[in-house]
Design a protein. Structure first.
Ligand SMILES: *[C@@H]1O[C@H](CO)[C@@H](O)[C@H](O)[C@H]1NC(C)=O
Ligand SMILES: *[C@@H]1O[C@H](CO)[C@@H](O)[C@H](O)[C@H]1NC(C)=O
Ligand SMILES: *[C@@H]1O[C@H](CO)[C@@H](O)[C@H](O)[C@H]1NC(C)=O
Ligand SMILES: *[C@@H]1O[C@H](CO)[C@@H](O)[C@H](O)[C@H]1NC(C)=O
Ligand SMILES: *[C@@H]1O[C@H](CO)[C@@H](O)[C@H](O)[C@H]1NC(C)=O
Ligand SMILES: *[C@@H]1O[C@H](CO)[C@@H](O)[C@H](O)[C@H]1NC(C)=O
Length: 398
């Protein structure tokens, strides 16, 4: 799925050091404590309060539920990469067993859920399970079923899967975030060979490429189509600063989503789109390198709230893009930018005293939900550390 970085690249890569916190021994005990505090019947952490940094849990039928189980799988991956020792803290638990256990609460969602396109996110732990045990029938069923849940939301007239339901069924709403959920179609395609799933992923990505991206490489959060005619009704925001602004987390999802489409297809249009979105992201960063919650949100009153989750998601997107660039020197540019984002966000938001790893997440600024830890921000932080190790760009101690 991913082009390996050849070893001859290594000398170029040491230009900038990665933050040691990515591999901190306080990560495993924090995650273990969160696991132990999961309520029964199970609920999953989504974000923290803004004062103590304590997780707030949500019922399984929530779009973010799978990120905590996926975090447990990510620590299992890290154990595979680094070994489990008292000094790295990974000896504290059997992460695979915990990941499997925490995934069970997601299984009923395969058949009924209120998450629309976000079934792709809900499938993450099952996709990880299949990398470990490709014959796990529970995970195979989950992947196929979640892919089916997304596939039935596809409209050939619009050329997209529907992100959210609306009261008017002809109002067909698609958000840039939906690019992340296409991965479940690819995984299920790999299992079944069902060409329809591949066709849907490609068509959705092509339509989104046409309508969600501005000439400057910024993105619209929401595009509403008429499901009867397939025409665009309006472009607007849901969680951004303004209808015509670029909401940073959406931009991050787009970078990752298009790099991922390129990894599955080798279609250079996706590579160009991922580059275009990445360029917008990096050239619109303020001079302090901190990712704002929206690139067009006003600087005054200061400080303009950051979104640490947009930073960690973008870092993963840039690492993926960097690993796929046909010319390694081009790849190095994205990898350096990813490491820079991780350094900046660690300096701002690393929070040993909170239950989350990072603070300064913006869940939804218009809804006044910001300055929190966020479960997917932490997940992508751990994953970025794993990717850097896998790519030979960091050691297990930083
Ligand atoms: C198979 O995967 C599911 C879900 O990820 C997990 O709960 C279960 O324990 C796994 N089964 C085995 C035998 O590993
Ligand atoms: C959304 O609409 C589809 C099609 O009408 C329906 O099957 C589904 O249950 C609805 N709800 C959600 C949250 O997806
Ligand atoms: C979509 O187009 C149809 C046919 O022109 C029209 O009846 C319907 O109101 C439109 N829906 C929206 C949400 O604009
Ligand atoms: C968005 O639209 C407003 C009002 O037309 C305009 O003042 C602003 O410059 C636009 N912002 C961007 C980022 O295009
Ligand atoms: C993309 O190209 C690379 C390098 O030529 C090749 O290894 C890979 O199999 C191709 N992937 C796809 C999906 O065609
Ligand atoms: C980061 O979070 C702290 C409190 O947790 C807050 O005081 C600070 O203003 C935030 N900075 C940004 C840039 O969001």
């Amino acid at each position: 799925m991913r082009a390996p970085i050849c070893l001859s690249l290594l000398p170029l890569a040491v230009a900038q050091s990665v933050p040691a916190q990515l591999f901190s021994s306080i990560i495993p005990p924090k995650v273990l404590a969160t696991f132990k505090s999961l309520p029964s019947p199970i609920q999953y952490p989504q974000y923290t309060d803004t004062i103590q940094g304590e997780w707030i849990d949500f019922v399984p039928d929530t779009w973010t539920s799978a990120f905590f189980p996926a975090t447990l799988y990510a620590l299992n991956t890290r154990k595979t990469l680094c070994g489990a020792t008292p000094s790295n803290g990974l000896n504290a638990a059997n992460w695979l067993a915990l990941g499997r256990s925490a995934s069970n609460g997601l299984i009923p969602l395969e058949l009924t859920n209120n998450q629309g396109h976000d079934v792709g996110f809900l499938s993450f732990p099952f996709v990880e399970e299949l990398k470990i045990n490709p014959s796990n029938q529970t995970a195979i069923t989950a992947v196929k079923q979640f892919a089916q849940d997304l596939a039935v939301r596809f409209s050939p007239i619009v050329g997209c899967t529907r992100s959210w339901n609306t009261t008017d069924p002809t109002d067909f709403t698609v958000i840039i975030d939906n690019m992340m959920n296409l991965e479940i179609l690819w995984v299920a395609y790999g299992l079944t060979g069902d060409e329809n799933l591949r066709h849907i992923a490609i068509t959705h990505a092509d339509t989104t490429m046409k309508n969600h991206i501005r000439p400057d490489g910024g993105t619209w959060h929401v595009v509403e189509y008429n499901s009867t005619t397939g025409l665009v009704i309006r472009k607007r925001t849901e969680q951004g600063f303004a209808d015509n602004s670029t909401w940073s987390r959406g931009q991050s999802w787009g970078i990752y989503g298009y790099a991922n489409m390129y990894s599955h297809t080798n279609d250079s249009a996706y590579l160009d789109t991922a580059r275009n979105l990445a360029n917008y992201f990096l050239t619109n960063l303020p001079s302090d390198g901190i990712v704002p919650w929206d690139f067009n949100a006003p600087l005054i009153p200061a400080p303009r709230p950051a979104d640490s989750s947009a930073a960690t998601i973008a870092a993963n997107g840039l690492l993926l893009l960097g690993s796929l660039e046909p010319n390694p020197a081009d790849g190095q540019k994205w990898i350096n930018a990813a490491i820079n984002l991780l350094n900046k966000i660690t300096a701002l938001a690393w929070k040993p005293s909170w239950q989350s790893l990072l603070s300064n997440g913006t869940v939804n600024k218009p809804a006044n939900n910001f300055l929190t830890g966020i479960v997917y921000g932490d997940y992508y932080y751990i994953r970025a550390g794993n990717e850097l190790i896998s790519m030979g760009l960091a050691t297990c101690s930083g």
